[in-house]
Each structure stands twice: as structure tokens, then as C-alpha cells.
Design a binder for this molecule. Structure first.
Ligand SMILES: [Zn+2]
Length: 501
């Protein structure tokens, strides 16, 4: 394997007088690097007026890693004496050969690269000209190589979804019916399809059921465990999502937010004219008047919560920090997967977030599971189960060892309910109606949240209110006569549906 880099350093002065000195210096610099990198480095050096032309050949690793280091060393040694500075470094050609962990299953493409050739586990990429120094300085090349490896890895787990292992299962319960609650509620006019995609309007009956579920979460979890309410903005900025990774993870699932370019009514005149005359939305004008998106509608609530604490050092005594958010409404572009109120583009969730030491979070997790179990077993009387889920890629890359008890602390537990209308317990897909995660230090690091002395971890648990409702209604039906006594009391009498003719 060899990597070849052809570069040109442009100096501010003619180099003829000092080229010998620089050459001698570079020879020593390379010897030093050879020792450090434990490999022979071949290089070719030439001088033309203000330019130093340097070719570097590595057997292992990436020659660009020494480009700026060399520049700094030259300036350090000759800068003052010869009033020397480097104006820019151009790369005329760069060819990198590196080893892959796996052979790709099909062709891959990657931007910024002029040519990519893979044979077996050997990959060679070529750049014909790199004029922008920042390309190298900001780490593009290293991330291109990382991305190539990641894309090949993805080919192996594509379609495999996640690994799931059932941790606990409730006893079998008698099901009141096996109908789809969304369809039945639609027939009874409890809900109506909204004008926007994948969204529903909840009439007074379902709204009251959801209110009852919300009250349970408050009374059984949030108040007794001392969670404090916060209210966050409904939009999540791109800058926040760059920290959490959501923008690279789910760009196809979010609703983007655009601002008007101006709020000067005069500039909107043509748009308004066309609208008033045609009675249709003039999209051509509209697109001219809005800015590219710079935020999304809430996808999950925790990023903005982390943003509140970001860059702060928090007193040790404050931990564990326990907060919840139930004001922002979540939006997801579900496209083909939409189904009734259990899979919709807009839904309501109470997100519970905890930040503290590992030990504190373990206690929180245990207490939450105890309280959730009480709700599902004793109040809602559900048939449900808990599953330990690991995204396939994490399992493969060894992030989470399922056999390792200490590793199990991190990760996500899905709570799943049986929906009789989908088929038998064994063959149908159960509904993930909420989850509980501990993410380790991933987000506290990304948002630079610190304690005075403690090492912080964080985690969250999302209570999907519609999914709670579907789980309950699919098992217990729409008639409160068939509901468990405790829940019937919490909800109270359901309002009579409106009479429509
Ligand atoms: Zn979260």
C-alpha cells in the first residue's frame, strides 16, 4: 500500500538563497517522522522561485497529516531570520491507499473524491487538485475515509433493523375485542383526519382519554419522583442537531422550517396579487420569498433540553437533574408507514430527561421501570413486554456487548404492547409505545455540560401519549364499561359525540 501526495508550498519570498538550508532541514524532519511513524518515508523536493514542490510517499497512513506540521516547523526555524511566511499550500495530486475491514457488497459513491477504486479489501481514492487548504485542515480527508468504511459497514446490516431481546413479559390478558381502534374511532367521529398529511384532529372523547393518561404520568411518575417541568421552543435549530447527530441520522424524517425572506408587505405584493387573482397558492412566488430551512419542527424534545444546560458547569449538589417537557409537539415524516393514531406525522409525547452520575441514573431507571410497570399492570391492565434493543450497526461494531452486564447499563429498553387487531401474539408486530434510554456521556459531552467534580451521564424516556392510548384501546375497546375500574375513574365520563346529519 502506498499513498502519494504532491504538494506545493507558496512562500512570500524567492527561495533560491535558502533552498539548501530548507532541504537539509526537511531531510531531518522526515527522519524524525520516520522514527515516530515507524516507516520509511520517501519524498522528492524541488524549488521554483517562491514555490517549494514536495512529493511525499507513505507506506502506511496519510501523508497529508504532516503537511501543516512541516509548514509550522519551517516558519519556526526560518521565519524570523528570512522574513519567511507560507501563503498557501496547494495539493496537486493525492492518492491514498488504505485497507478496508470488509469487502463492499456493491459499488459505493462518495463526494469530493475524483476517483475511487476498490479491489478486495484494498481501497484507493484520488484527488486531482485540492485548492482549499481548509479541506485538509478541517479534517475532510480523514472523514471521507471514515465515511467510506461506514458505508460499506452499512451494506452489511441494511434491512436488518435492530436486534431485540425480550427482558420481561406480562401475563396474558383477556382482550375485549380485535378491532383497529383508529378505524372504530373514525366511524364514531371521535377523530377526524386533519388537512395536513398524517395528522388527526382529536374530538372531545379521545382528548379526554389522553388527558387521563397524562394525569397518570403526572400523578404516578413526575410528581412523586420530583421531575421539574420545563417548556422548550417548538423548533430545533440545525446547530443543535449537528451536536446530536439527528441531521445526519434522520434528514428524511423531519419537517423543515423556513423563514420568510422579509416581512415587508411591499415585497410580498406580487405573491398576494397572484393569490388573490388565481385563488391558488402561487408556488413560484412563494419559493422566491422564503429562506432555506435552518431548523426543524420538534423531532424529539431532549436536544433543546440539553441546549438549556449547554456550556454550563452545574453544582454537584444539583444532581440528578430531573426534568420533563410536554409542550412541544413532535413531528415526523412517516410517509408510507402511516397508520391511524399509532403512526402519525404529529404526536404528543412527554419526554423525561435525567442527567447525573452513572449510579444516580441507574436508580432513576430502576424507579421509572417500577412506576411504569405499576401503571401498565395495575391501572391500565395491559398485556405488554419490555425488550432490550440494539441497533444492528452498534451490535456489529461492538458498541454494546449483550453478554456484558456493565455494558447493558447503556442502551434502550422498548416497551411494547400487544395489539389484537394485528393478529396473533406470536406472529404480529407488537407496538413500541414508549422507551427508556441511558446514553452515557454522549450528549453531555456534545453539549459541554459539566458538574464541578462528578462525571456525568444522561438519558431520557419518551412517553408517547397516542401510543399509550392505542395500546389501551386496542386491548380494552372504546366502551368504558369494559375498562378497568381505576382508569375509568381517572378519565371520568366520556363526552357524548356530536350528532351529525
Ligand atoms: Zn430523548
Amino acid at each position: 500500500m502506498t499513498s502519494v501526495l504532491k504538494s506545493r508550498y507558496l512562500f512570500n519570498v524567492e527561495l533560491s538563497k535558502i533552498s539548501d538550508k530548507i532541504k537539509f532541514f526537511i531531510e531531518n524532519f522526515m527522519k524524525d517522522k520516520e522514527d515516530k511513524l515507524r516507516q520509511q518515508i520517501k519524498f522528492k523536493l524541488d524549488f521554483q522561485k517562491k514555490e517549494m514542490i514536495l512529493d511525499i510517499i507513505f507506506k502506511v497512513g496519510y501523508p497529508h497529516s504532516i503537511l501543516f506540521n512541516l509548514r509550522n516547523e519551517i516558519i519556526k526555524n526560518f521565519g524570523r531570520e528570512y522574513k519567511l511566511s507560507v501563503e498557501k499550500i496547494d495539493i496537486d495530486y493525492y492518492e491514498i491507499e488504505f485497507e478496508l475491514e470488509k469487502e463492499p457488497l456493491k459499488e459505493i459513491s462518495i463526494p469530493f473524491v475524483d476517483d475511487i477504486a476498490i479491489s478486495g479489501k484494498q481501497c484507493k481514492i484520488k484527488f486531482n487538485k485540492i485548492m482549499d487548504q481548509n479541506f485538509v485542515k478541517k479534517g475532510f480527508i480523514n472523514r471521507i475515509i471514515k465515511r467510506i468504511k461506514e458505508k460499506i459497514e452499512q451494506q452489511y446490516y441494511a434491512g436488518k433493523g435492530e436486534y431485540s431481546e425480550i427482558l420481561w413479559k406480562s401475563e396474558k390478558k383477556d382482550m375485549v375485542w380485535d378491532l383497529d381502534p383508529s378505524k372504530e374511532m373514525l366511524k364514531k367521529s371521535w377523530i377526524r383526519q386533519a388537512k395536513t398529511k398524517g395528522k388527526w384532529f382529536f374530538g372531545p372523547q379521545l382528548a379526554k382519554i389522553i388527558r387521563g393518561l397524562k394525569n397518570i404520568v403526572f400523578d404516578e411518575i413526575l410528581i412523586p419522583m420530583g421531575f421539574k417541568e420545563v417548556i422548550e421552543p417548538h423548533h430545533e435549530s440545525f446547530s443543535t442537531l449537528l451536536k446530536t447527530g439527528h441531521l445526519e441520522g434522520v434528514p428524511m424524517e423531519v419537517y423543515y422550517v423556513s423563514e420568510p425572506k422579509t416581512r415587508n408587505p411591499e415585497e410580498w405584493e406580487l405573491f398576494i396579487d397572484k393569490l388573490k387573482i388565481s385563488k391558488e397558492v402561487p408556488y413560484d412566488e412563494l419559493l422566491k420569498m422564503i429562506s432555506p430551512p435552518n431548523a426543524i419542527n420538534c423531532y424529539v424534545q431532549c436536544p433543546n433540553i440539553y441546549e438549556f444546560f449547554s456550556g454550563r458547569t452545574i453544582a454537584d449538589a444539583e444532581f440528578p437533574i430531573l426534568v420533563f417537557e410536554s409542550s412541544a409537539v413532535s413531528n415526523r415524516y412517516e410517509s408510507g408507514g402511516r397508520h391511524g393514531i399509532e403512526r402519525m406525522d404529529e404526536f404528543h409525547r412527554i419526554e423525561i430527561v435525567y442527567i447525573g452520575t452513572k449510579e444516580q441514573l441507574l436508580d432513576v431507571k430502576e424507579e421509572l421501570i417500577k412506576r411504569y410497570s405499576h401503571i401498565f399492570n395495575d391501572i391500565l391492565d395491559l398485556e405488554w413486554r419490555m425488550a432490550w434493543v440494539t441497533p444492528f450497526y452498534m451490535q456489529q461494531s461492538g458498541f454494546l456487548g449483550l453478554d456484558d452486564e456493565t455494558q447493558r447499563i447503556k442502551g434502550t429498553i422498548d416497551f411494547e404492547s400487544y395489539l389484537p387487531y394485528r393478529g396473533s401474539r406470536e406472529e404480529s408486530e407488537w407496538l413500541e409505545f414508549q422507551n427508556l434510554s441511558i446514553v452515557g456521556d454522549k450528549y453531555v459531552k456534545a453539549f459541554n455540560i459539566k458538574a464541578q467534580k462528578l462525571d456525568l451521564w444522561s438519558g431520557c424516556s419518551g412517553v408517547g401519549l397516542e401510543r399509550w392510548a392505542v395500546s389501551f384501546l386496542a386491548q380494552k375497546g372504546l366502551d368504558p364499561e369494559n375498562w378497568p375500574e381505576k382508569f375509568r375513574k381517572i378519565v371520568g365520563e366520556l363526552p357524548k359525540p356530536y350528532t351529525f346529519y
